[in-house]
Design a protein around this ligand. Sequence first.
Ligand code: BDR
Ligand code: CA
Length: 312
Amino acid sequence: THSIIFDTDPGVDDAQAIAIALRHPEIELLGMTTTYGNVDVGVATRNALLLAQLAGRDDVPVAQGAAAPMVKARHAPPAHIHGANGLGDIALPEVEGRADPRSAAQFIVDTVSARPGEVTLVAVGPVGNLAAALQLDPAIIDKVKQVVIMGGSVREGGNVTPVAEANMFNDPDAASRVLTAGWPLTLVGLDVTHRCVLTPEHMKRIEAGQGELGQVLAGSYAFYRDFYHEFLGIDGCCPHDSCALAWLLRPELFTTARGHLTVATEGDAEGQTIFAPEGRGFIEARWSRTPLVHVCLGVEGEAVSDWIADVL
Ligand code: BDR
Ligand code: CA
């Protein structure tokens, strides 16, 4: 079993991943922490609470976090991709629950410290909450089990700029701190998520299997799909955030490389992840000031998409 905190900016593909985190028998979901990104942070929190409620899991705490990047000005939320409400602008039921009174960063520090060596952080939005938690208590570096981040791109290019992936681009300064902190970390980026397509057939199965939650997943998917058709010419959508959970639960479907990872924080390359594989002589000598991490480079895309539909 993986005991996880899920850090998220829901978001259509976040919602799919949240459903997996709420439903999968081998995941103990200790809580969700929210950030701005796909939507304002208040909307992100509402969506996280709602999804837990629809899954009958309002026992899961939700702690609200970053409303803006650590250093830079905030980018406008991409309403054309996720809808103004983050869930494809479908009508949503009222939320009954309330957020945890703690900040996301405090929730992360408390939860990790209470169970040293046991908690995995899975972050699928801009990573300001993880950076804030590091600032609050750097000792969590040695206490987390591992950190899995959906974000970045090593060979694939970007999805916001030619080189930057959205989660990195939305807070490059936080990303730089989090990726170089020295905790056990795996990056699940566009190199693999763009190889996975959740098709309309997959979504039909998910809708049928998930009751009221299924209606929200299917309704928001219909909106998100238009963007992917235009952007990548595919019929379906990339289930980016679910890939982070797929990596955790089905690592054999991925190939990874170890090396040094940095994030550009300024200029045209802002938000670009730069990866120097280990053992390449001068390359490593130049970049070895940062700790080693793992980066996913390959994936059995169909198997991952099938896995998502099977879990749900
Ligand atoms: C990432 O950006 C967000 O829009 C998605 O939810 C995903 O986390 C993909 O680049
Ligand atoms: Ca996300």
